[in-house]
Every structure is written in C-alpha cells, then in structure tokens.
Design a protein around this ligand. Structure first.
Ligand code: 2P0
Length: 332
C-alpha cells in the first residue's frame, strides 16, 4: 500500500476538485505523548505497532497558509524562503505531491511555527497537521476528522494526533490500509493540569526520531516488551484522566517515557538522547517528589523534559525551575 493509494481511498473524486478558496489557512497544536508512539508496523504509511495517547499544547504549534502558485512550489518557514532542495522542503514537497492534480498544480506555502523546530517538541506533528487542515480549507474537501487524521499521519505519525486540542488517543488499528489507524479526541478536560517545557538544547538532533524508532525495532532486545507496556499504560492513563488521578497520570507517563528510552539505549548502535542536564533534572524531580512536590516528567526523542504538575504547585515548581515555560492546556 502506497501513500497515494491511501489518499485515493479518502479523497475519491474530490482529488480532481478545483480549489474552493484562494487561500487555505489553519493552525494545529503540537502534542506531547503521555503514552508514546514508538515503532511502526508499516514504514510507508506510518502505521504504529501500538496505540498512543497525547495532550495537545494549546496555542503552541504551527499555522500553515497555502495557495496555488503558477510555476513552481514556494516554501517559506516563518516568512523566510526555504531552498527547495533542502531536506525540510523535500519532505514537504513529497507530501504535497500526494495532493496535486493531474495538471500538476504548484503550491505556495508558509508555515509559521512558534516552537523550536527539531527540538524534540514534535514540530513535524503540528507541521503536517496544519498543512492537511489548510489543504482541506483551500480545496473545500470537508473531510471527516478521522480522515484528516489519517492524511496527517502520512506526513508524520504523531501528526495524526495534532488535529485536536486536549487529550487525544491514536488507535493503532489493524487493517493493512490503515483506515482504522487514526486519532480521536478523548473530550476530557482537566483545567488544573499543567505542562512545563524544560529546554536544554534547541539544536537539530543528531539522530531523527524516525531513524531512532526504526533502529530500536530492528535491534533492541527489549522492544518485544514494549507493546504489553503500552497496553497496560493506556488503561492506566485513561483511568487517570477520567478520575483526575494526577499521581496515576504522572507515574504512568514518566514510566512510559523511561521504558521507551530503555528500548533505545539497548538498540545497537545505542540511541541516547540524554544530556547531563537531562539526568540532573530527573534526579532533582525525583528528590522533589520525596519532599512532597508532586511533579513528574516525560521525555521524547530529544534531551528536553516536559514536566507535569498541577496548577496549585506552579509557584513551587517555578521556584525550582526558573527557566520553565509553562503551557496552559485547557481554557478555564
Ligand atoms: C510520540 N515520538 O509519541 C513519539 C515519542 C517521539 C518520541 O512521534 O516517522 O516524527 O514521522 O512517524 O511522528 C516522533 O515521531 O515519526 C514521535 P514519523 P514522528 O510523540
């Protein structure tokens, strides 16, 4: 199954529809997984081995603005032209190729992001989600949320979850064409819940999460334990979210991230995203918990940590981590 086959299954005759509007513009939030997506059962169309569960970061994300262009594609990032032969543009062009019409239309696209690209903050997630939402607006396709999620997934797996705010579950699905592998909002609110970004390094990572994931599945002897760990954690997280059990949420998210990194450390060559600052912050968090400050962390494919805590503890948490960027997750 190719990406273009999935697009055909979803767009059908809409594929040949002229744009309804002169411009399509849309925002998508980035998301942080509390139960991680780590490993694919299909590399081509980004089908995951397991389900995953995330929380979207409110107004942190990307806005894509897309128009048709006359002679060639034009790609801008935060208003500046990006060379078409760069790896950033090539990945975008490959994605846009899926949606071109037989008469070979070109796109002009500007992506404005307010998060650091490639800092382990899932920039590809909000990038591809904002692009598919903007294309949907430009062409007037009126696709279902599940269809938008599937099409976003073709750009980047975690983009399937960035179609919504709040808590989001991405169902692994079992079909070969992935038509049952899409994300859905859990429609639960938790106004007291806070996330803080503890950024140690904003630069491009040495190994992409895509490659790290592939290497882990192929070589880690611990990877076989991962699907069972995810199945147990998904149940605990949904329970924690529905009962607002913060201890259960924090412990489960932290343990899930540590287990994911254990599978990477046991890959060969090992994948290690830790920086000394990462470990020092973890140890500080563990110590603070013994002093009754309820604070947990999660970590993605990068050295930065995302802290989980409750609104009542904002002042204490900021006293300990004064560079923390606090994200408001829910409108209250
Ligand atoms: C996640 N990550 O669930 C996990 C945890 C990183 C660590 O999803 O190859 O950029 O584009 O499907 O979505 C990052 O992987 O990978 C990711 P592709 P993606 O957030």
């Amino acid at each position: 199954m190719k990406k273009s086959d999935v697009v055909k299954l979803i767009l059908k005759e809409k594929h040949y529809q002229a744009p309804l509007n002169s411009v399509g513009k849309s925002f998508a939030p980035t998301n942080i997984a509390l139960c991680k997506y780590w490993g694919k059962r299909n590399q081509e169309i980004n089908l995951p081995v397991t389900s995953s569960l995330s929380i979207s970061l409110g107004d942190k994300g990307a806005t894509a603005e897309i128009k048709l262009n006359s002679f060639q594609d034009e790609i801008k990032l935060n208003g500046s032209d990006v060379a078409l032969d760069s790896s950033f543009s090539q990945r975008l062009i490959n994605y846009l190729n899926l949606f071109r019409q037989p008469d070979q239309i070109f796109f002009s696209i500007n992506i404005v992001s307010n998060i650091p690209i490639a800092a382990g903050l899932a920039s590809s997630a909000c990038g591809f989600a904002s692009i598919i939402l903007a294309l949907n607006a430009l062409f007037g396709w009126q696709l279902l949320d599940s269809e938008l999620s599937i099409l976003a997934r073709l750009g980047s797996g975690s983009a399937s979850r960035s179609i919504w705010q709040g808590f989001v579950e991405w169902h692994a699905g079992s079909l070969e064409d992935g038509m049952d592998s899409y994300a859905q909002s859990l429609s639960a609110k938790w106004p007291e819940l806070c996330i803080g970004l503890l950024i140690f390094n904003n630069s491009e990572k040495s190994i992409s999460s895509r490659e790290a994931m592939q290497r882990t599945v192929a070589t880690s002897p611990l990877y076989s334990a991962w699907p069972d760990k995810v199945a147990a954690d998904m149940i605990k997280l949904k329970d924690a979210i529905s009962t607002h059990d913060f201890k259960l949420l924090g412990e489960t998210a932290e343990s899930n991230a540590m287990t994911m990194h254990a599978t990477m450390l046991s890959a060969w060559p090992a994948v290690c995203y830790y920086m000394p600052e990462t470990i020092m912050a973890m140890q500080k968090i563990w110590k603070l918990r013994t002093q009754d400050l309820e604070i947990y962390f999660t970590q993605d494919a990068g050295p930065n940590l995302k802290l989980l805590f409750l609104k009542k503890d904002i002042t204490s948490v900021l006293n300990e981590f004064n560079k923390l960027e606090i994200i408001r997750l829910f409108d209250v």
